[in-house]
Design a protein around this ligand. Sequence first.
Ligand SMILES: NC(=O)c1ccc[n+]([C@@H]2O[C@H](COP(=O)([O-])OP(=O)(O)OC[C@H]3O[C@@H](n4cnc5c(N)ncnc54)[C@H](OP(=O)(O)O)[C@@H]3O)[C@@H](O)[C@H]2O)c1
Length: 334
Amino acid sequence: MRLLVLGGTVFVGHAVAAEGVRRGHEVVCAARGESGQVPDGATLVRVDRDAEDGLAPLTGEFDAVVDVSPLSYPWVARALRTLGERAAHWSFVSTINVYADTATPGQTPATGELVPALTEHADREIMAAAGEDGVALYGGIKVASEQAVREVMGERAFVTRPGLITGAGDRSDRFGYWPARFARGGRVLVPAVDQPIQYLDVLAYASWLVDAGERGLTGTYDAAGPVGPLTELLAGIAEAVGVDVELVGADARQLVAAGVTPWSGPRSLPLWLPDTHHGMPAHDPTPSLAAGLPVRPLADAVADALARERELGLDRERRSGLDPVRELEILADL
Ligand SMILES: NC(=O)c1ccc[n+]([C@@H]2O[C@H](COP(=O)([O-])OP(=O)(O)OC[C@H]3O[C@@H](n4cnc5c(N)ncnc54)[C@H](OP(=O)(O)O)[C@@H]3O)[C@@H](O)[C@H]2O)c1
């Protein structure tokens, strides 16, 4: 098939394009080509989604389109206007942040209430300036984008809402913190909390998105694997890394007192969430698994993430996670 990836130079879009090439499809990636390169075998068509006619260089018909637009309703609406009639199937990469209720486990697209739709454009600077309101802005833009995709593409629309995506190229730096940290060995500070977690490896996600184009799979789904306890996931990552470590648990009160922040960012223990957010990584995966979402074994996801972390350097400055000096100080105070 002829597959168009709106993106394709980084992480999810790159993995989708690579999977399309691996399966023998003709893959066109539309991006500026500034964030990275498209995979070998794919063709880059340079476009600028900020410009009204920026998608004009894209010609012909497509059997499947995958749009990874992260933060812009106008980008999504313009792509649908320009390409919708020339596409047989349209996948939109949304987010679990579309859900208004972050606390209740077991939600599905059929049951979860959404945040209000926002037909706005944002970028990294706007998000940084928005502070805590950034999550609602991100979710709201995705809700409006999803609606536009469904309105224009109707029965040809496949909308998926990922939570935590793991794998090489994850610029949020969250999941990779743990393989990298366990690989350094020694006493490791971990959250001792009763928290659920679910993840989706980028290769499994890419495979599902390409499958959807091939099979004509449509509808709206969460994109997250089976739910398990965070403590088990961390123990599983440590086991997969295979270096001797001592896991030293700190509860939420101790972590907050030490100035550790949840989920992501500098000074965080990645993947740890406050009670108010325990519903987010605990969506019911049954509908997605029934629709063919593949689950990649944790050991494989860890191996990929660790290989990438080693390439980047285990001691590098990270976007997410505690720096080693601060971790030692906290461990000493426990
Ligand atoms: N990471 C996670 O755990 C997570 C969780 C939930 C949902 N998601 C969603 O997953 C998706 C991630 O997508 P991704 O990994 O492929 O990365 P991304 O950072 O969202 O990709 C953006 C793509 O757009 C291109 N781009 C940027 N500016 C452009 C412009 N002006 N004109 C044309 N293209 C432009 C970039 O390439 P160039 O810079 O080369 O142009 C890049 O390929 C997003 O939709 C995100 O919301 C991620």
